[in-house]
Write a new protein. Sequence first.
Length: 332
Amino acid sequence: MSPQARRYFAIPQAKEANSANVDTAHKPESFLAICAIFKNEAPYLDEWIRFHRAQGVEHFYLYNNFSDDNFDEVLKLHERYVTVTPWPIPFTEWGQLKAYADCLERNRSGYRWIALIDIDEFIFGVAQPLKSELQAYPDVDQILVNCICYGTSGLDQVPQGSTTKYLTQRGPLWWRRNAQCKSVVNPQAVLGVKNPHEMDMDSTKTYVSGDGRTVAARTMRKRGRVTNRIMKLHQRISVWISRQNQLMNILPKSFLLFLDFYGGGFRFRDGVSRIRINHYVIRSAKEYRDKTTRYGTTQFSEKYNAAFFKFHDQNQVHDPVLSDWESGGMYR
């Protein structure tokens, strides 16, 4: 479990408690915004923003976490609907969770929906743009959306700004890694931030999955003791395997589909018929090598190594759902 998962950042419930910090640039009738934290993502920001603008996102609240690339030049093209906040708080000090809490607090009364995702994640409506799809949930407070992981599609490199066009192959939906979720929330219903995947709300709030099914609140989701023990044992074995370099070198990628490096209790498999997230977690092989060079000796060393790459480079299913979005091919 990451350090972030063991921390909790409460959000004041009374508007008066936050009156000095509330972002008043948008009227309460604003519908949809995205909050994300980023570091050195300049090559990807333009495509990511343009895609989500096409999905109906009205504003982006981006938290700059120690970037030293030319992100400011890229974002200048989108300055009318992008707010950048310097955020010099390391991930090891729960910087991501604090950024989410800050955004939700400042924009508590400004939006009906705020999506909390990463720059390598593209959230969209399957049958219609996300903004239109969200109109169908007037009484919902949180949507837990599956992150469907894409591999490299066998490519060493893709042209800049073309992630969605060229990376078209992913693992099967039943892969447990695809059970991990990110959330789209009604900010006024959020009590606090405990982890980056699901915001904390009380049990009276309404949750749904990405296919529109009602989901029990986190506090109401219980597993049996035996099931919990089996799942924890499975994860321990999986993590042990991931640290055996020689073993990882000889194991076929398809075998890794049955391992669980993450845990976390995610269960919403195949809930992607209405809203989903494409997660380009490693992008191309060259892009991953470049990140390994930059971050392989930092606190992210477990994320930038050969085992992490092999585990995520699953390409069994051809699914080019976003490859033609710029020409309007998604909803024809």
